[in-house]
Design a protein around this ligand. Structure first.
Ligand code: APR
Length: 248
C-alpha cells in the first residue's frame, strides 16, 4: 500500500472538521469474531442466512435460531476490543465533536473500547426483544425458559428474539437518518471492514462522496464499493486505524 496514500488519509483525518466512519464485520475480525462473507471462515459459508437471520427462519425453528445466537453472543462476550476499536475511540475523544461512528456490527466492541455513542444500523445482539407486541396489550413476562428454547411470555406465548435487524427487516429509522446526515456532512469517510454487500448501509459511501467528502476504504480484500473510494488501503482494521488516527 502506497505510503503517500496513508499520509494523505492521515493528514486529512488530523485536520478534517467532521469524519464519518462506517464499520463492518471486518472491524471485529481481529477480536476473533467471525465475519459473514470471508471465503472460508465467514458465517454465511457455513450457515444459511435465510434460516438463521430472518423472522421466517426464527418462526420455523425458534430453538435452532436461538441456539445459534446464543453461540454468537458467547463469542461477543469473550471478545475484546482490538487496536482498531481503541484507535477510533481515542481519536473521537481527542478530536471532540469530529467523529461520527456508524456500525453494521451487532457486537458491543466499539462501545467497550470507549465510544458508547456508536450508531448501530443492524441492532444489538446482546439486547433481546419480544417477537411481537403482546396481544393482550400488557407487558409480556418471561416464563421459565425450557433449555435451548427462547424464553416465552407466560401469559400470551410471545417469544423473545435477538435484538438484531434480520434480512427483510427495516433498519432503525433514527439510526439510518443520523448515519445519512453524518455521511452528507463529513469531509472524510472511512469505510472499514465491510464487503459493501448489504444495503442501505453500503450506500453511505456514495452519499458521502456525492456530498463532496473524500472516501477511504480500509480492507485487506476488494469490496463491492471500492469504486466509491478516492483511496483504497489494503490492510486490516487493527493495523491501519492506529496508523491513520493516532496523533502525530
Ligand atoms: N480488517 C478489515 N477488514 C477485514 C478484516 C480485517 N481484519 N478481515 C476481513 N475483512 C473484510 C473482508 O474482506 C470483507 O470485505 O471485512 C469484510 C467483511 O464483510 P462481511 O463479512 O460481508 O461483513 P459486512 O460487510 O459487515 O456485512 C454486512 O451483512 O449479513 C449481514 O447484517 C450482516 O451487518 C452484516 C451485513
Amino acid at each position: 500500500m502506497a505510503e503517500d496514500t496513508v499520509a494523505a488519509v492521515q493528514a486529512l483525518a488530523q485536520r478534517a472538521a467532521s469524519v464519518c466512519v462506517l464499520t463492518g464485520a471486518g472491524m471485529s475480525a481481529e477480536s476473533g469474531i467471525a465475519t459473514f462473507r470471508d471465503a472460508m471462515s465467514g458465517l454465511w459459508s457455513r450457515f444459511d442466512p435465510a434460516e438463521l437471520a430472518s423472522e421466517e427462519g426464527f418462526r420455523a425453528n425458534p430453538a435452532r435460531v436461538w441456539a445459534w445466537y446464543a453461540e454468537r453472543k458467547q463469542a461477543v462476550r469473550a471478545a475484546l476490543p482490538n487496536a482498531g476499536h481503541v484507535a477510533l475511540a481515542e481519536y473521537g475523544r481527542r478530536r471532540s465533536g469530529v467523529l461520527t461512528l456508524v456500525t453494521q456490527n451487532v457486537d458491543d466492541l466499539h462501545q467497550r473500547a470507549g465510544w458508547p455513542q456508536t450508531i448501530r444500523l443492524h441492532g444489538d445482539i446482546l439486547a433481546d426483544r419480544w417477537l411481537q407486541p403482546c396481544p393482550s396489550g400488557r407487558a409480556c413476562e418471561v416464563a421459565q425458559a425450557l433449555p435451548g428454547e427462547p424464553p416465552r411470555c407466560a401469559d400470551c406465548g410471545n417469544l423473545l428474539r435477538p435484538g438484531v435487524v434480520w434480512f427483510g427487516e427495516m433498519l432503525p429509522e433514527d439510526a439510518m437518518a443520523a448515519a445519512e446526515q453524518a455521511a452528507r456532512a463529513c469531509e472524510l469517510m472511512l469505510v472499514v471492514g465491510t464487503s459493501g454487500a448489504v444495503w442501505p448501509a453500503a450506500g453511505l459511501a456514495a452519499v458521502a462522496r456525492r456530498a463532496g467528502a473524500k472516501v477511504a476504504i480500509l480492507n485487506p480484500d476488494a469490496s463491492e464499493i471500492d469504486d466509491q473510494a478516492h483511496w483504497v488501503l489494503r490492510g486490516t482494521a487493527a493495523t491501519l486505524l492506529p496508523r491513520l488516527l493516532d496523533s502525530g
